[in-house]
Design a protein around this ligand. Sequence first.
Ligand code: DC
Length: 226
Amino acid sequence: MKLAPVITIDGPSGSGKSILSQALAKNLEWFNLESGIIYRLFACLFLKKNPIFSKKNLISLLEDLNHYFTYDNGIICNIIKKSFSENDIVSQEVTKVASQLATITYVRKNLLIKQRLFRRKPGLVANGRDMGTTVFPDAIIKFFLKAKLKYRALRRMNELKKKGFYVNFKNILLQIQKRDHRDTNRTDSPLEKAKDAIIIDSSNMNVTEVFKVAMSYINIIKLSSL
Ligand code: DC
């Protein structure tokens, strides 16, 4: 049986992968997976229920996490976020803890299975840090989004400001640097460009421009498969 096609978008925080992923999925009428939300949800559970980094505790929390997905014939359809507010999910504490939990191999292995269950027809656009390298290495097209640190920090600051958080640019810059370092240097599936990924530098591009560039690559694939 032929598996549903996948398009992957990886990149660091603030590179614009979530918004591109949503736009591509909408345009193609495919499903969209925001893998960072799974790590964030896990961090929310950890902070709320039992913030202890022991293996026993984390394994029990990973089991609890199963209640946060809806399944249809064994295939995950949706992530249930309603137990936590949008502000909890994007808070600086959850952001930091999600990145810390993401360094733990057995946590990643467990979440990898959950992420693969999102693959369904007609197709999936998946964004994160290791979508093209580890989770969906057979993706039909892989993008790696990057942008200068200054622009990524500005985007994150504006995003948080819109949600009503008080933010300081220097702090945001430092936090992003720390997170980049942790996400890039962990031993298990670090943030890195897949060998066959197309790099898009979004530093000086708006959302529509990035979308157009990505769609032009997707259209080439579509034409060549006719
Ligand atoms: O994309 P995000 O900022 O919502 O992700 C939050 C954290 O989750 C990120 O710092 C690292 C982790 N993560 C990961 O390790 N692998 C992914 N595929 C997605 C997120």
